[in-house]
Structure formats: structure tokens, C-alpha cells
Design a protein around this ligand. Structure first.
Ligand code: PEP
Ligand code: MN
Length: 333
């Protein structure tokens, strides 16, 4: 349920109402926008007398929220959530670029790619240290050493870093990681989500291989319900009957999610297509569709990559793409 307050309501009046609602065992989420204040009521609202609440002098209107996601719901929080990490701004009309290799392979590799993508305009460096691979015999990532090398690249370039967590027992290693990624395969690892909800770091939550947008939002809700409101959603393609591309990029997820939620939405055209030559056009389409950013795999030597070389673009291709995206963003504004 949401209660929209009248314009000009004082802080004291709001506090008074919130205290009254909390006495009914409800959690109250306050969204103080420039224009309007919205109170989101979470919990068993069946006993709230809507008529009574609507009749209060400071209340403009009261509505039931039928969707099961509450804190992630745009009705609870009409303005975009804006998440700032270094120079990157996710949400609120900005566009952020995350770039880097699928996995960290060596100091030389990560520093070279980090330097190149920064030069081309990326604001965040990606790189997997813990890799969720389909085969147990495939390269599993450099693990702790991978995180250490990412931190070296962060020191060398000033770029904040994002890397994937696979198990909560590794959390101590993520102290200096700027954004923690939850991969597609862990989107519904609810215990992991709940623990990440207790941290204060932005979480990049990737859509599961066969999950609906509502399921993605319910996973965001798991993180938010524990107190961490900094969730960045990522569309990375879903499983369909099409086999030509690695996955099928569901671009309509961008405007749909913008309708449903205030959380920023980025698109990963690399895992969506699995083919480097398709990445620039899908990244451009994502920008045109209004995405809040992209995450792209970039490798200094894709044919030698230990993971996902076929979908990795080179630093030179990334630089060209970055210029194209700037032009597309200019047209949209
Ligand atoms: C990744 O970003 O490195 C990754 C493994 O992606 P996904 O979880 O989307 O497959
Ligand atoms: Mn990858």
C-alpha cells in the first residue's frame, strides 16, 4: 500500500503519521521527492483502514500496490534511484560504461585492458576472479589472486571495480571491491542475496538465464529488504529456442523495468549475443532503448582469452563503440 502526502506537509506531520503506521506493525519506506512524498507500507496491510488513512488531512491519496515487489517498485519511489561509484553515475538519465575482460588472467592483461578502457571512456572496470563455468574442467578464475590484481588495476588507473561473488564465505575478499556482481546463475540464490542486503555496497544483479522480469525484481527485493537499496539490474539475455546467438537479448526489459522500478538498468550485450561482432550494434540498441549503462567484455587478445574470447571486443573496438554511444546519447537528449 502507498500513501501519497499532500504538498507542503511538514516533517513533523510526516513523522507523526509514520509513527502511527509503525505502531500497526508496518515497515514504512519514505520517499521524499522534490514534488511529492510517498509512504510505502510494507507488511500485513490488510488491517489498515484505507478510508481512515485517506481521510487524514495530510494524505492526498492511498493505493494498494498489487505487485509482490515493494521497495523496488516505482510506485513506492517515483524518482529514479541514482547510484554513484567513482565517476560512474547509474540512473537519473546518466549513462555508465563498465568494461573489461571476462576473467582476470594476469597483471599485464588486466592493467593493459584497464588503461585502454579508461582511455576510451569506461568509468568502471570489470573482471571475473571467481568464474561460474558450465564445465568443472574449464578455467575457474584466479580467485583471491584475481581480486588482488583487480585492485592493482584500480590503483594504477583510478577506475572502480566490479567482480562476481559466488559464495558468501568469500565476502571478506570483497572489502575494497566497489560493486559486487551477482551472476545470472546465482540470481535466485536467496541466502546470498540476503547477506548482500546487509552490506553497504552497490550490487550488480544479473537476470537469470530463464527468469522473468518479476523474478528479477523479487531478487532485488531480497537485497533491499535487508537494508541495501543500491541495486543495479542487468539484462544479459535469456534462453529461448534461438541457438544462433548465445542468448536472446530481451531489450524490451529496459523500458519495462523503467516502468516497474526506480532501480537503474544496464545491458550486457556480450553474454547476450556470445559474438563479438554483434556486441556494438546491441550496445547501441541498448543506449537507444534508454538503458542506464552497458557492461561489455573487452580483451587485449580475444583469441587467447581463457574465457569468453569469442564475445570479447578489442580495446580499439571498444573505443569506437564508446564514441558511437556518445553520439546516440546526444541524439536522444
Ligand atoms: C559475467 O558477467 O562474467 C558472467 C558470468 O555473466 P552471466 O552471469 O550473465 O552469465
Ligand atoms: Mn564472460
Amino acid at each position: 500500500m502507498i500513501a501519497i502526502l499532500k504538498h507542503g506537509v511538514t516533517q513533523e506531520q510526516t513523522n507523526h503519521l509514520v509513527a502511527w503506521l509503525k505502531r500497526m506493525n508496518l515497515d514504512v519506506h519514505i520517499s521524499q521527492g522534490e514534488e511529492v512524498t510517498v509512504l510505502g507500507l510494507i507488511g500485513d496491510t490488510s488491517r489498515v483502514d484505507m478510508e481512515l488513512l485517506s481521510s487524514l488531512e495530510i494524505v492526498d491519496s492511498v493505493k494498494r500496490v498489487s505487485e509482490p515487489f515493494k521497495q523496488a517498485n516505482r510506485k513506492f519511489h517515483p524518482e529514479d534511484t541514482v547510484i554513484r561509484v567513482g565517476d560512474a553515475v547509474f540512473g537519473g538519465g546518466s549513462f555508465a560504461m563498465i568494461a573489461g575482460p571476462c576473467s582476470v588472467e594476469s597483471e599485464e592483461q588486466i592493467i593493459e585492458v584497464a588503461t585502454a578502457v579508461k582511455e576510451a571512456g569506461a568509468q568502471v572496470l570489470r573482471g571475473g576472479a571467481f568464474k561460474p563455468r558450465t564445465s568443472p574442467y574449464a578455467f575457474q578464475g584466479l580467485k583471491d589472486e584475481g581480486i588482488r590484481l583487480l585492485l592493482e588495476a584500480k590503483k594504477a588507473t583510478g577506475l572502480p571495480i566490479v567482480t562476481e561473488i559466488m559464495t558468501i564465505t568469500a565476502l571478506d575478499l570483497f572489502d575494497e571491491v566497489d560493486i559486487i556482481q551477482v551472476g545470472a546463475r546465482n540470481m535466485q540464490n536467496f541466502d546470498l542475496l540476503k547477506e548482500l542486503g546487509k552490506t553497504h555496497k552497490p550490487i550488480l544483479l544479473k537476470r537469470g538465464l530463464a527468469n522473468t522480469l518479476q523474478e528479477l525484481l523479487m531478487s532485488a527485493e531480497y537485497i533491499m529488504s535487508e537494508g541495501n537499496e543500491q541495486v543495479i539490474l542487468c539484462e544479459r539475455g535469456i534462453r529461448t529456442f534461438e541457438t544462433y546467438t548465445r542468448n536472446t537479448l530481451d531489450l524490451s526489459a529496459v523500458p519495462v523495468l523503467h516502468e516497474l522500478t526506480h532501480l537503474p538498468v544496464v545491458v550486457d550485450p556480450s553474454h547476450a549475443t556470445g559474438k563479438a561482432r554483434l556486441v556494438p550494434s546491441m550496445a547501441a540498441a541498448a543506449a537507444a532503448a534508454g538503458a542506464d549503462g552497458i557492461m561489455v567484455e573487452v580483451h587485449n587478445n580475444p583469441s587467447r582469452a581463457l574465457c569468453d574470447g569469442a564475445q570479447s571486443i578489442t580495446p580499439a573496438q571498444f573505443a569506437k563503440l564508446s564514441a558511437q554511444l556518445t553520439a546516440i546519447r546526444g541524439v536522444l537528449q
